[in-house]
Write a protein that binds this ligand. Structure first.
Ligand code: UT7
Length: 333
C-alpha cells in the first residue's frame, strides 16, 4: 500500500452574505437566538444561476494549483453533495469537463454532511491500492436551494459553499492514517426531504405542503451529533494508534458551535486546537470540513508533521472520521 494523503486544498464560496439581521426580516427570529443556539452570524448564498458544479470547479481549481498539479494527473473525481446540478448526470462529470480532466472516473456520493469524509475514504483506498494515481475529492452543497425560507427552525442554519482536496502519494508515514465511517438508517427521517424522489414524486400537493425542502428534528440530530462526534473521533484515533492528546488540529463538521463545544469537552480538546468557521458560513453540509481545512491552511495553522482529525455527521444518519499526518507538500507551508 502506498502512503496517500492530501496534496492541495482549495475552497470557493458565493460572495453574497445573508446575516442574522437579514433573517430577522424574513422569519420570526433574532440575532440573539441564532447566535446563542448555533454560533452562526452569517452565511453565504449562491446567486440565481450558480450551481454546485460552479463552486465545485472553483474549489477544485484552487486545490490543483496548491498541489502544483495539472488536471491530466487526476484519474478519479468524487463529488460529495446532496444538491448536484441535476438528478443526473453527476456533478463530478460536469467538473471533469469544466476542468479538462481527461477520461477520469467520476461520480457523486450522497452521505449528507459526512459526504466529504466518505469521499476522502474512497479516494484514499483507491490511490493507496494503486488503482488510481491521484484523485480530486470535492465537498459541495447549495443548501439554499433546498431550504424552506419560511421555516425558522432550519433556514437560519444553512449556507452554500465548496471545498476540495487533491489526494495522492505522500512520504512514508504521512497522509491519511485511518478512517472510520458508519451509518444508522433508522434515523433517516430525522433529516430528509420528503418529496422529489421515487417514493414521493413532486405533485402540486407536495409543493403546497413544501415537502421539497429540508425537514429536520433538530433536537434528535443534536444529541446524535454530540455522541457520534466523540465516538467516531475515538475510534479513528484508536485505528491510527493515536490519542486525543496527539491531535494538533481538530476539524469538525461546522453545524453548530454547541455541538463542537460539547464534543471537544468530551474529548478533552482545547479551543486552540479546533477549527471553527461556522460563525461566518453556517452549515455548508458536505463543504464544511474541506472549507474549514482550507481556511486553517491559509491561516498558517497547519505545518508538516501535524496530526489532524476530521469528523462529520449528517443525513442518513451517517458519520465519518479521518486521521492524518500532514505531509507538507501543500503550497501554504
Ligand atoms: O449537519 C447536520 C444538520 N443538522 C444539525 O446539526 C442540527 C442539530 N441541531 C441543532 O443544531 C439544534 O437542535 C437547533 C439549532 C436546530 C435548535 O436548537 P435547540 O436548542 O435544539 O432548540 P429547539 O429546537 O429545542 O427550539 C427551542 C425553541 C422552540 O420554541 P418553544 O417550543 O420552546 O417555544 C422553537 O420554536 O426555539 C424556537 N425556535 C426559534 N426561535 C427563534 C426554533 N428556531 C428558532 C429561530 N428563532 N430561528
Amino acid at each position: 500500500m502506498k502512503s496517500t494523503g492530501i496534496l492541495g486544498v482549495g475552497h470557493a464560496v458565493p460572495e453574497r452574505k445573508l446575516t442574522n439581521a437579514d433573517l430577522e426580516k424574513m422569519v420570526d427570529t433574532s440575532d440573539e437566538w441564532i447566535t446563542t443556539r448555533t454560533g452562526i452570524k452569517e452565511r453565504r448564498i449562491a446567486d440565481p444561476g450558480i450551481a454546485a458544479s460552479d463552486l465545485a470547479a472553483a474549489a477544485a481549481q484552487e486545490a490543483l494549483e496548491r498541489a502544483r498539479m495539472s488536471p491530466s494527473e487526476i484519474d478519479l473525481i468524487i463529488v460529495a453533495t446532496v444538491t448536484g446540478d441535476y438528478v443526473f448526470p453527476s456533478t463530478a462529470c460536469l467538473v471533469q469537463d469544466r476542468l479538462g480532466i481527461p477520461n477520469a472516473a467520476a461520480y457523486d456520493l450522497a452521505a449528507g454532511c459526512s459526504g466529504f469524509v466518505y469521499a476522502l475514504d474512497q479516494a484514499w483506498h483507491g490511490v493507496r491500492s494503486g488503482a488510481y494515481g491521484a484523485a480530486l475529492v470535492i465537498g459541495v452543497d447549495v443548501l439554499s436551494r433546498i431550504t424552506d425560507w419560511q421555516d425558522r427552525s432550519t433556514c437560519v442554519l444553512f449556507g452554500d459553499g465548496a471545498g476540495a482536496v487533491v489526494v495522492g502519494p505522500v512520504r512514508d508515514g504521512f497522509g491519511v492514517l485511518a478512517t472510520y465511517l458508519g451509518s444508522d438508517g433508522s434515523g433517516a427521517s430525522k433529516l430528509y426531504i420528503p418529496a422529489g424522489g421515487s417514493r414521493q414524486p413532486l405533485t402540486p400537493e407536495t409543493l403546497t405542503a413544501r415537502e421539497q425542502y429540508i425537514r429536520m428534528c433538530g433536537n434528535d440530530v443534536f444529541k446524535f451529533a454530540v455522541r457520534v462526534m466523540e465516538d467516531a473521533t475515538l475510534e479513528v484515533l484508536r485505528r491510527a494508534g493515536l490519542t486525543s492528546g496527539d491531535v494538533n488540529l481538530f476539524v469538525p463538521h461546522q453545524a453548530n458551535i454547541r455541538i463542537i463545544d460539547a464534543a471537544a469537552r468530551r474529548l478533552g480538546i482545547d479551543w486552540d486546537r479546533i477549527v471553527v468557521n461556522v460563525d461566518r458560513y453556517g452549515n455548508t453540509s458536505a463543504a464544511s470540513i474541506p472549507l474549514a481545512l482550507s481556511e486553517a491552511l491559509q491561516a498558517g495553522r497547519i505545518k508538516a508533521g501535524d496530526y489532524i482529525v476530521c469528523v462529520g455527521f449528517g443525513a442518513g444518519l451517517t458519520w465519518g472520521a479521518a486521521a492524518m499526518r500532514w505531509d507538507g507538500r501543500e503550497a501554504y507551508r
